[in-house]
Design a protein around this ligand. Sequence first.
Ligand code: FE2
Length: 498
Amino acid sequence: MGVRRDSFGGIFLVGLIFGFAEISNGGITSSYVRNDDLSLDMPLDSDVFRVPPGYNAPQQVHITQGDHEGKGVIVSWVTPDEPGSKTVLYWAENSELKNVAEGFILKYKYFNYTSGYIHHCTIKDLEFDTKYYYEVGVGNTTRQFWFITPPRPGPDVPYTFGLIGDLGQTHDSNRTVTHYELNPTKGQTLLFVGDLSYADDYPFHDNSRWDTWGRFIERSAAYQPWIWTAGNHEIDFVPEIGESKPFKPYTHRYHVPYRASGSTSPMWYSIKRASAYIIVLSSYSAYGKYTPQYKWLEKELPKVNRTETPWLIVLMHCPMYNSYAHHYMEGETMRVMYEPWFVEFKVDVVFAGHVHAYERSERISNIAYNIVNGLCTPIRDQSAPIYITIGDGGNLEGLVTSMTEPQPSYSAFREPSFGHGILDIKNRTHAYFGWHRNQDGYAVEADSVWLHNRYWNPHEGFIRGCVMKRSDSMSLEGACKVHSEYLRSLLQIIQNLV
Ligand SMILES: [Fe+2]
């Protein structure tokens, strides 16, 4: 009997080991076959770059959130010939009352380029969940647009975010924006994870490419906020041509409400929007211990009230988990600094760009390592975020196809195709993320996952994470079935042997 018990225990242990080996295999490397030729920039006379008609007509109109909770909007635009009017006229739909907000104007020089007149105007104290029309410009060059303010922050407010990164201005970039616009799950606000115009890929960082990019995205960014994250293509640091101030074009052109979250720099900040709390970080600003960004984030994370905004989302440019060969481990230093906080404060999802492909991680962390203990492999961790790389906007540098092999266990799904994401928050417990590749129909998802909120719904995710190879792409019922089938077959083996 003693032998039998030992055998039983040994077999059971072996069974468990095999079971977990199966569970800890890498996820899916998509076999989708695409044309990965380098995409060309759209010609300068393309309609997407069209200069609006009329002398000094406002162009490159774009909006972003203008305060911490969603009652403010920053309206930005460029007038090419002279300063023109600094004001924005705005009014609520169905209201006769027209309001005026006063902005200010910036200009900058970059090597042999001189910018137009860059306007920024913050509209404050808007009503939540209201459609507003707004006008910029004067006389017959006045241009009218509209936006809808988000609902008041609250735990069960549904809201839909789009995700785009590394966009550029190629034919593929245009396909990405078109697919985002025509996605039947309408994104209400776009979270942009860095690398905007790719102007720095042109001779002397041709800043006129910042202008063409601004005109290209206007058709979306003038009507819904684009939430900005800085990428490496925003650094524009070229001391050889006298340009030694990093982020000069980006910070002149794209303003964010950083002071409203107590930040001292536009490179990192936070906003509340509906049921989400969004923290934007800068991969290219100092983030080590004692730096301003570190000290800000240290104070910021404990402030997040998950009863008001259950969904804690972090945006950064350089991914912390990336199994492609390109940019492999570039995010490692920031991961070492900030991953323990992401786990401690139960961040739901981290979106990044930089790698020109798509990848979704399992819920994993790698925070136990202390040099001498050797615990340097990511492990399943239900307090950890899911990491999603969405740097597949479609720029002139092309796709990244080379991957580390075999696919690491932390990588749930990876595919090098251009596309965009949609994060559809349903309530405090559930959100749905879908990834849409540009070659598919507008409603098609090439990858999707139900997100279970880490603060309000961590237990369900734990059960699923324990029993499934790809825990988040199957229903709970499906997961339980897999688990019970696994145990049943294990029991059968044991009975046969005993
Ligand atoms: Fe990048």
